[in-house]
Design a binder for this molecule. Structure first.
Ligand code: GLN
Length: 231
């Protein structure tokens, strides 16, 4: 008889917003997606027997894309919170994070979140950073589509501060950003990142959790962690 045609490879469409190094970013001139989340998503996909396809979009477009079926999973340093849990189903947490304030190095006025009252704050649209910025009394908040634009605005002194995730700010400073910028105050809010799937897709969430647990057990998670965060 005829040879059976090879089964088409199952594809897992993973949505992300790639201006969030070291979790997801594109090296200049490169089309590939790098970072902790990207490696983790590919490892999880492989474990589940899927080929992973990364789909790039604005952060605020990710949850709508899940719900309309354009993507299967969000891997975007997305913090698990009650509001989002109404709209999506999260995996088990995979990374502990938090928010921090970044200012220009020559700013001696803003020493903590409290000093942001009445100040101009940049953030990324749809993020917990934006939510926290909007809670600062009398602040003028500008929400940008990408983190890169928010950082540029701070550099140009169009704003006084940025509120963003502390590991992302830390990475930026360590990569040379510390020549002109610094963090102030303590971590504002502890958050945990989760992978998100369409609300109620417990089957996929379960497969992801199983793969994540396996990667934690077999050392692959630690290997990916070390690649992006060192020890
Ligand atoms: N962790 C933050 C949030 O979930 C920021 C995520 C991001 O900018 N990619 O809103």
């Amino acid at each position: 008889g005829d040879k059976k045609a090879a089964e088409p490879e199952k594809v897992l469409r993973v949505g992300t917003e790639p201006t969030f190094a070291p979790f997801e970013f594109q090296k200049e001139g490169s089309k590939s997606y790098d970072g902790f989340d990207m490696d983790l998503a590919r490892a999880i996909g492989k474990q589940m027997g899927y080929k992973v396809e990364i789909v790039s979009m604005g952060f605020d477009a990710l949850i709508p894309a899940l719900n309309s079926g354009n993507i299967d999973v969000v891997a975007a340093g997305m913090s698990i919170n009650e509001e989002r849990q109404k709209a999506v189903t999260f995996s088990e947490p995979y990374y502990t994070s938090g928010l921090i304030v970044m200012v220009n190095k020559d700013n001696n006025e803003v020493k903590s979140v409290k000093d942001l009252e009445g100040k101009r704050i940049a953030c990324q649209i749809g993020t917990t950073g934006e939510k926290n910025a909007r809670n600062v009394a009398n602040a003028k908040v500008t929400a940008f589509n990408t983190n890169d634009e928010a950082v540029m605005e701070l550099k140009n002194k169009g704003v006084d501060a940025i509120i963003n995730d502390s590991p992302v700010v830390g990475y930026y400073l360590a990569q040379g950003g510390n020549a002109s910028m610094k963090t102030v105050g303590d971590i504002m809010e502890a958050e945990q990142y989760g992978l998100a799937v369409k609300k109620g897709n417990d089957k996929l969430a379960g497969e992801i959790n199983k793969a994540l647990a396996e990667l934690k057990k077999n050392g692959e998670y630690d290997k990916i962690y070390k690649t992006w965060f060192g020890e």
